[in-house]
Design a binder for this molecule. Structure first.
Ligand SMILES: N[C@@H](CCC(=O)N[C@@H](CS)C(=O)NCC(=O)O)C(=O)O
Length: 216
């Protein structure tokens, strides 16, 4: 029975879920949703009122989940090969969840705020909010520099859900505010993530869509 992932190949939170699926080699059916298309959006919002992807539907049991972290938790609970993304040791699992929250809330969301403002019409932009997002992103990236400069994955030697969260957050953060020499630890960690086959595959699949990304 099919595991169906509603997603878009350019969408950063979909990347997070795709990395987990590829890490565990879980087969699934991608269902690309074009939110620019009014009919497609309406159908999608009927299924998930907040209109955010990714959403996963497990047709074996009828379960459906939005939220990238919850989807990864579900994969880890159902597929033995995905269990490694969330350690069984409760203390380690808490560290993974904490790091996952850090990358989503303090890097990913700040990056989304900056990108989101680029596509707002003139007159509806929020320069103050964008400035705040940049400042908060800097603080979070300094923590990544501190913790990630010397190698390894987000919570140690094992690649986990936290790294699935870090990859899209850091990739797009580096697009909107290039790390350059300011964030050497974050830059090195991002290089390691990009070299990881699961993320390299996600990036290759997103390649045809990159022109849609608002560069300024
Ligand atoms: N907390 C959610 C965030 C999901 C999210 O923000 N998805 C974006 C794409 S990366 C989206 O659906 N944006 C479409 C919209 O807001 O209209 C998660 O972890 O899945």
């Amino acid at each position: 029975m099919t595991l169906r992932l509603y997603m878009h190949p350019l969408a950063s939170y979909c990347w997070k879920t795709l990395i987990a699926l590829y890490e565990a080699d879980v087969s699934f059916e991608p269902e690309i949703v074009d939110l620019q298309d009014a009919d497609a959006r309406e159908r999608f919002v009927r299924m998930t009122p907040l209109g955010k992807f990714p959403v996963i539907v497990d047709e074996e049991n009828g379960k459906a989940f939005p939220e990238s972290s919850i989807i990864i938790e579900y994969l880890a609970s159902k597929y033995p090969a995905a269990a490694k993304l969330l350690p069984s040791d409760p203390d380690l699992a808490l560290r993974v969840r904490l790091s996952d929250r850090f990358y989503d809330l303090y890097i990913h969301e700040k990056m989304q705020k900056i990108v989101g403002d680029r596509i707002r019409p003139e007159g509806q932009k929020d320069p103050g909010g964008v400035e705040r997002a940049h400042a908060e992103l800097e603080i979070a990236l300094a923590l990544v520099d501190r913790d990630m400069g010397s190698g390894g994955w987000a919570t140690g030697l094992t690649f986990t859900m936290a790294d699935c969260a870090a990859a899209p957050a850091l990739y797009y953060a580096n697009q909107v505010a290039p790390f350059g020499d300011n964030h050497p630890g974050a830059a090195r960690y991002l290089d390691r993530l990009i070299a990881r086959p699961s993320f390299a595959r996600v990036l290759a699949e997103a390649q045809p869509y990159f022109d849609m990304f608002p560069r300024s």
